[in-house]
Ligand binder design. Structure first.
Ligand code: PEP
Ligand code: MN
Length: 343
């Protein structure tokens, strides 16, 4: 149920509603917008109704949220959520591009890539230190050594870091080095991991599972918000379909669909979404046109030598050309790319 309070409700009034709900054993979440304060009460509907909260003069209405996702829904938080991280805002006017290699391979590789993508206007450096690989014989990542290189690259370039955490036991370690925690497609429904990243206090980028429906994906985000972490963003990275020319089918209809149903920012990954470098630039433009709040793109100084995902990685030159087009497109859409002044 959501409890909508009247404009100008005081802290004491909010507190009173909250106390009444918690005394009944209900879990309360607060969404404080500029216009309205909305409280989300999770638990037995009859108990909430029996409290007769509408009798309080500062309560505007008490309405049920019929969808299974509650905190993730627009009803709970009508305005777009803006995630503030390291001086950047995700989900507002600025479109952020997160770029870097699939995997952190060496100190030199990550430094070279970081300098190049920053030069072209990226605001976040991506790179996996823990790699979830289909084969146990493939490179599994540099682990903490890789995290240290990412942090070093952040110190040198000012780029913020996003990297994947694949195991609940590593959340504290990854959170120590990274600005955003990435939950990979294969882990979208790893509920133990979702509960653990909820406790980390770091923003989370939640990738769509390769066969997840929109509702399953939103429920996965609900786990993180229910755990007390409201800084969640969705990432569409393509789903498995009968098409085999592309690695995945990038489902861009999810961008406006998520924006309609949820207040959380939406990022698009055209690299895993297509699996082919020459499709990345056009699909990145399409994602922006569909309303994406950001992009996450694989860039490698020498894609032919990459230990993973070389086929879908852009060279720094191709990345620069893409960024040039994205910047012009962002302006046409009344938005702007992060760090535009630097290129
Ligand atoms: C990645 O970002 O390198 C990755 C493994 O992506 P996904 O989880 O979408 O497959
Ligand atoms: Mn990859």
């Amino acid at each position: 149920m959501i409890i909508v309070l009247k404009r100008g409700s005081t802290v004491e009034q909010i507190e009173e509603v909250s106390t009444r709900l918690t005394e009944e054993g209900l879990k309360v979440h607060l969404s404080q917008g500029v216009e309205k304060t909305i409280m989300g009460a999770i638990g037995d509907r009859q108990k909430i109704e029996s409290l007769d909260l509408e009798a309080l003069p500062w309560v505007e209405k008490v309405v049920p949220i019929l969808a299974p996702y509650k905190l993730v829904s627009r009803e709970f938080h009508p305005a777009d959520t803006i995630i503030r991280v390291g001086g950047q805002e995700i989900g507002g006017q600025t479109v952020h591009v997160m770029a870097g290699p699939c995997a952190v391979e060496s100190r030199a590789q990550i430094m070279e890539t970081a300098l190049a993508v920053r030069e072209s206007g990226a605001t976040f450096l991506r790179g996996g230190a823990f790699k979830p690989r289909t084969s146990p014989y493939s490179f599994q990542g540099l682990e903490e050594e890789g995290l240290r290189y990412l942090a070093e690259a952040r110190d040198k370039t000012g780029l913020l870091v996003i990297t994947e955490v694949i195991d609940a036991r590593d959340v504290d370690l990854v959170a120590h080095y990274s600005d955003i925690l990435q939950i990979g497609a294969r882990n979208m429904q790893n509920f133990i991991l979702l509960k653990e990243v909820a406790k980390s206090g770091k923003p989370v980028l939640l990738k769509r599972g390769p066969s997840a429906t929109l509702e399953e994906w939103m429920m996965a985000a609900e786990y993180i918000m229910d755990g007390g972490n409201y800084q969640v963003m969705f990432c569409e990275r393509g789903i498995r379909t009968f098409e085999s020319y592309t690695r995945n089918t990038l489902d861009l209809s999810m961008v406006p669909a998520l924006h309609a149903l949820s207040h959380l920012p939406v990022i698009v990954d055209p690299s895993h979404g297509t699996g082919k470098w020459h499709l990345v630039h056009p699909m990145a433009k399409a994602a922006l046109a569909a309303g994406a709040d950001g992009l996450i793109v694989e860039v490698h100084p020498h894609p032919e030598k990459a230990v993973s995902d070389g086929k879908q990685s852009l060279t720094p030159e191709r990345f620069q050309s893409m960024m040039h087009d994205l910047s012009r497109l962002a302006h046409a859409l009344d938005r702007k790319l992060g760090e535009e002044s630097s290129f």
